[in-house]
Design a protein around this ligand. Structure first.
Ligand SMILES: Nc1nc2c(ncn2[C@@H]2O[C@H](COP(=O)(O)OP(=O)(O)OP(=O)(O)O)[C@@H](O)[C@H]2O)c(=O)[nH]1
Length: 306
């Protein structure tokens, strides 16, 4: 949804459950801000038992003291009964704040929460914080990190991407979920927002072009055998190449390549990406058989095969 359209969203009045069917199935539950779910009339087991991550959104442009103390109470309850749930705090709507005020707000919120938790005897709580806004890519980046922690075999995926990235001399590689535009894994070099944005935008371009040309036109017959997966690259004004390869129905691999020789070695790059694709689909088909245990979101299954 474009950010400007969110201005007309209606307020949430009850828990809304949204099922996501992608490389792994999970649900997102949207809670109304004022729901007193810690009251005895609510069944904690029903709410928390199947959760993999709790994402707590704090409006950084508003008075957040109340939200912060509700979060502390919730964290204490969760830590007692459901210690495997990841607690992820989005310090949200930071687009309206100056850089300096943003840092102060971040520190203030983190300090408040850790003080309240340590007053209750809970030191070094595993709470993670993100600065987010819907007016840039930060909220996608933050959600990517939240989802990545729930993926069984994440380190195997990262190792595979590292091998590909290092052997081909890529600058950065992301494995994206095409629909949500979150990246489920990347090589382990630091993420640079500009390259993430570029790769994410390139997926939009390819999806748009594919939609234009992929429908069955009665007068258009394919000339010979067609490749199942989309594959594309573009060279930007500074010679950077963005290379995209669809991996399966849900995922695509997008790489940033700075090496000027890449143009001549496109065949080699494609071949290496195909080898990566085979390895990845093999990992997925194995974890599908094994059914991972532990940190799972409600309704989540193992990653899907190709
Ligand atoms: N400036 C700014 N406004 C935002 C951002 N995210 C959401 N909003 C605005 O905040 C308002 C409320 O958004 P919702 O998503 O309905 O917030 P909510 O907390 O889920 O609200 P409830 O549904 O009442 O629980 C909307 O008008 C959004 O446009 C952001 O990152 N920056």
């Amino acid at each position: 949804m474009p950010p400007n359209e969110t201005l007309f969203l209606e307020s949430t009045t009850r828990i809304q459950k949204e099922s996501i069917h992608s490389f792994m199935d999970f649900q997102v539950w949207d809670f109304p801000g004022q729901l007193e779910y810690l009251e005895p009339s609510f069944d904690l087991e029903e709410i928390f038992a199947g959760l993999g991550a709790l994402v707590w959104v704090i409006d950084a442009q508003d008075d957040y003291i109340d939200s912060v103390s509700r979060l502390s109470q919730t964290t204490l309850t969760i830590q007692q009964f459901y210690p495997n749930i990841n607690i992820e705090v989005f310090i949200h709507k930071v687009d309206g704040l100056s850089d300096e005020y943003r840092t102060d707000t971040f520190q203030d919120i983190v300090q408040h929460i850790s003080d309240e938790l340590s007053d209750a005897g809970y030191e070094n709580a595993p709470v993670h914080y993100y600065l987010t806004s819907i007016y840039d890519y930060s909220v996608f980046e933050a959600f990517s990190k939240v989802i990545q922690k729930l993926i069984p075999n994440l380190s195997t995926l990262e190792n595979l991407i590292n091998t590909l990235t290092n052997n081909c001399g890529f600058e950065k590689t992301y494995l994206f979920d095409v629909l949500s535009k979150i990246y489920i894994a990347s090589d382990t070099r630091p993420v640079d927002m500009a390259s993430y944005e570029m790769c994410s935008d390139y997926i939009d371009v390819i999806v748009d072009v594919s939609e234009l040309y992929s429908w069955d036109h009665p007068d258009r017959k394919p000339k010979g055998e067609q490749m199942l997966e989309a594959e594309s690259h573009v060279i930007l004004h500074d010679e950077t190449m963005i290379h995209l390869m669809e991996i399966n129905k849900y995922l695509c691999l997008v790489s940033v390549i700075k090496n000027p020789e890449a143009k001549e070695k496109k065949g080699l790059i494609d071949m290496n990406c195909r080898t990566f694709q085979e390895a990845l689909n093999e990992v997925f088909s194995r974890s599908w058989e094994e059914e991972p245990e532990g940190q799972v979101m409600e309704g989540q299954q193992g990653p899907r095969g190709p």
